[in-house]
Design a protein around this ligand. Structure first.
Ligand SMILES: Cc1cc2nc3c(=O)[nH]c(=O)nc-3n(C[C@H](O)[C@H](O)[C@H](O)COP(=O)(O)OP(=O)(O)OC[C@H]3O[C@@H](n4cnc5c(N)ncnc54)[C@H](O)[C@@H]3O)c2cc1C
Length: 393
């Protein structure tokens, strides 16, 4: 039984909620949607107005792929994530996922190569292994070194990040969710029969709480998790010699593991004001806090990216910089997510620590959080993400 909200709404009418979702970014917007679709009375709260650029879900596009080098356990979740993305796109009439194909490039013993092959083989995913000559023939902008190889996966591509947040929120609202923005959660506490959530406007009571605060998770979770928030830089270049070879119908998403272990990745050129080829390091930046991080990108940071691209994708290295922004990763020590019930409060479900690779899972994480907040369990395989694995660390 849901209990009534203590304070009254703008209309003066008290309202009752089954679930409060705190944080309506990538993960929370998806959770609000799935909960509302199950007929739950949902209150969604965010300190800003999502989609916004202060957290982790901005920058237009995100890589999505299935032959997951990080661990084969992610693959079943990815297969479901694709289904849910296609469903959301149909429901909202928006283009949210684009299959461009993807290349995981490196030496034959690079983690991106061996890990992708392992996931592809264990799960029977279609893929090709290309040598350097074939890679260059099929995708002319790339200049692999002799001996480098690439795992090509046709199912890989990108999803539209802010657009997906908008789509999830639009559907959640249409299904009856009460979404309140510019309303920061100051505190929450577990009560005998549920939870209490306090904002400057009111104290809300509900049976269940979902915490999806992205880089603010360390401040909100009331759990001593070893999460480290880092400042990451994204750059968009206008390729020298023209954008055509970089358009989505011929240029795949890629991740390239360098000899020194660092990784760069990139996505095809989009058209319009959001145009340009996006590239970045997938290497942890400096530790920061979302409230005080320096959001200005320096020339040195852009220069470091150009230096890496010079031999590998020269027309990008020589391209004009169109934009550069910062974005935040929330990292766990093992790079795997934190998803589950709060160890001290089973009425609270948490999702955090996405370690710079979570966006492609938003759709399915929303479903998992809805399972956890309504049933207390999920049929999805999330053992790898157990919040209790750090106990005693
Ligand atoms: C540069 C960069 C590149 C990336 N590339 C990829 C990629 O290619 N593929 C991929 O899969 N992943 C990628 N990621 C990772 C992915 O984007 C994140 O894992 C994902 O966006 C995390 O979503 P989230 O919902 O946890 O956080 P967010 O989207 O940041 O949402 C958290 C929300 O909580 C709200 N909030 C916080 N505290 C409070 C409070 N007290 N009260 C109310 N609201 C609150 C915030 O305002 C925010 O809206 C990338 C991330 C970055 C930064």
């Amino acid at each position: 039984m849901a209990v009534e909200r203590r304070a009254t709404g703008a209309t003066g009418t008290p309202r009752a909620y089954d679930v409060v979702v705190v944080g309506l970014g990538g993960m929370g917007s998806a959770a609000a949607y799935h909960l509302a679709a199950r007929g739950r009375r949902v209150l969604g709260l965010d300190r800003f107005t999502p989609p916004h650029d202060r957290g982790s879900s901005h920058g237009i596009s995100r890589v999505i792929r299935q032959a997951y080098f990080e661990h084969p356990a992610y693959v079943p979740l990815l297969l479901r994530a694709y289904e849910l993305w296609d469903r959301l796109a149909r429901e909202t009439g928006r283009e949210l996922i684009v299959r461009t194909g993807g290349l995981m490039i490196g030496s034959s013993d690079a983690v991106v190569v061996t890990g992708s092959l392992r996931s592809a083989r264990e799960h029977g995913l279609a893929h090709d292994l290309l040598d350097a000559a074939e890679l260059r023939r099929r995708f002319p902008p790339f200049r692999p070194r002799p001996g480098e190889v690439a795992v090509y996966e046709a199912a890989a591509g990108y999803v539209l990040a802010e657009e997906t947040v908008r789509a999830h929120l639009q559907r959640a609202a249409a299904l009856g969710a009460d979404l309140r923005v510019e309303e920061p959660v100051l505190a929450w506490r577990a009560s005998e029969d549920g939870v209490e959530v306090t904002t400057p406007a009111a104290t809300y009571r509900a049976e269940h709480l979902v915490l999806t605060a992205g880089p603010w998770a360390p401040q909100l979770l009331q759990l001593p998790l070893p999460l480290r928030v880092t400042r990451q830089v994204l750059c968009w270049f206008d390729p020298a010699g023209g954008v055509e070879p970089f358009l989505p119908d011929r240029f795949p998403i890629f991740a390239w593991e360098l000899e020194d272990g660092r990784m760069i990745y990139g996505l095809p050129a989009l058209e319009g004001p959001d145009g340009g080829v996006k590239v970045a390091f997938h290497v942890l930046g400096e530790t920061c806090s979302p409230d005080t991080v320096n959001r200005t990108v320096s020339e040195e940071e852009v220069g470091a990216l150009r230096a890496c691209l010079r031999e590998r994708i020269p027309s990008l290295a020589e391209g004009r910089l169109l934009r550069a922004v910062t974005c935040l990763y929330t990292n766990t020590p093992d790079g795997h997510f934190v998803i589950g019930l709060h160890p001290a409060h089973p009425q609270v479900a948490i999702a955090a620590g996405f370690s710079g690779h979570g966006y492609k899972f938003c759709s399915v994480v929303g479903e998992i959080l809805a399972d956890l907040a309504t049933e207390g369990v999920t049929a999805h395989p999330i053992a790898l993400f157990d919040p209790r694995r750090f106990a005693g660390a």
